[in-house]
Design a protein around this ligand. Structure first.
Ligand SMILES: [Zn+2]
Length: 348
């Protein structure tokens, strides 16, 4: 952001976002959530605590958005609106839950039912298949007992070390980027060695938190729930070649459709930031037959700001989303500071 843009942003902030709301808050927001866990269970985590929202907080947010006049819509409705096939009078919100955690069914669905709010759950197929390597959780535990992590793959060797878990968590960004760059075919072997765990231990962790295929099929018949895809193995697609990405996207769609018996129209890029998605990936998701694809890149939804239905902005929502942050989400200040004063999300 240059000097002039910073001045303008400062003006928007000073005027409490009234002017930015007028021009830049768009029509709606897609929110990105993951797990739904009671406070006591959230508190067991440090690094991954914000990966879960508490049921009370979810309830509170829904009531707040309804009180502010927002309408909750499904991704099918969002798609129809973006394609100009449907009119939506009010500002809207879409709720999306990534990965396919069982707590979505246990703690999330009852709240959605209470308020009759639709949501999409993006399933990573390796979760119900029991083959998911939930390295973000493995790393949190590993950092408490070990003092180092070695990642030894065909792209090279990376060594990380720390004195205490706090120091380890501070390096999570670079460790996460390193893990995402490992070719997917080597990931299990590299991480088994790095974390000193067996394949069975990986599977036990995965099965303990994931929805089963039966549960996913049941959820798919729920009138408020849409099932979306999120690749086979939770791949940072930008880091992988065309063939791998095509296989990851199309196989996940086909397998999900096999288990739920209906078309899977919506996709979310795993991790979903600009480090994780490139323009080739937008083309692949379209060619696989998905109708919309969402990012993890902050932004509001405008009817004409999306060059592609396959690069839709999403904002994270959780217990740590405070009043100030929420205000900036809703009045568009957050969108414009995150996207250098562009309506469009730039994916290279
Ligand atoms: Zn994910």
């Amino acid at each position: 952001m240059n000097w002039i843009e910073r001045k303008i942003l400062g003006f928007f902030v000073k005027t409490k976002g009234i002017f930015s709301k007028l021009f830049f808050s768009g029509k709606g927001i897609i929110f990105m959530l993951h797990r739904v866990l009671p406070e006591q269970e959230r508190n067991q985590y440090t690094l991954n605590k914000d990966l879960a929202i508490s049921p009370e907080k979810l309830d509170e947010f829904i009531l707040l958005f309804k009180a502010k006049g927002y309408k909750f819509i499904s991704l099918d409705d969002l798609q129809s609106w973006l394609e100009k096939k449907k009119k939506i009078r009010q500002k809207f919100i879409c709720l999306t839950f990534d990965d396919g955690y069982r707590d979505n069914l246990i703690h999330g669905v009852p709240i959605l039912e209470k308020h009759k709010v639709p949501a999409t759950i993006y399933i990573t197929n390796c979760l119900p298949n029991g083959t998911g390597i939930l390295w973000w959780y493995l790393f949190e535990t590993h950092a408490k007992t070990a003092k180092k992590l070695n990642l030894n793959s065909s792209i090279g060797r990376l060594d990380f070390s720390w004195e205490n878990s706090e120091q380890a968590y501070a390096q999570f960004g670079s460790i996460s980027d390193a893990i995402k760059s490992i070719p997917i075919s080597e990931l299990q072997t590299v991480l088994m060695e790095g974390f000193g765990k067996t394949a069975l231990e990986f599977e036990e962790l995965c099965r303990s938190v994931s929805l089963s295929w039966d549960e996913i099929a049941t959820l798919s018949r729920h009138p408020l729930i849409t099932i979306g895809a999120h690749t086979m193995q939770h791949v940072s697609v930008k880091q992988q070649n065309y063939e791998v990405v095509k296989a990851e996207m199309s196989s996940s769609k086909k397998e999900l459709e096999h288990y739920i018996g209906k078309e899977v129209k919506h996709f979310a890029y795993p991790f979903g930031g600009t480090f994780d998605v490139s323009s080739k990936d937008l083309e692949i998701s379209e060619s696989c037959g998905f109708r919309t694809s969402t990012l993890n890149q902050a932004g509001n939804i405008f009817r004409n700001n999306h060059k592609s239905m396959h690069a839709l902005a999403r904002m994270p929502l959780g217990n740590s989303t405070d009043d100030q942050r929420l205000k900036y989400y809703l009045n568009g200040i957050y969108h414009f500071s995150a996207n250098q004063f562009n309506y469009t999300i730039h994916i290279h």
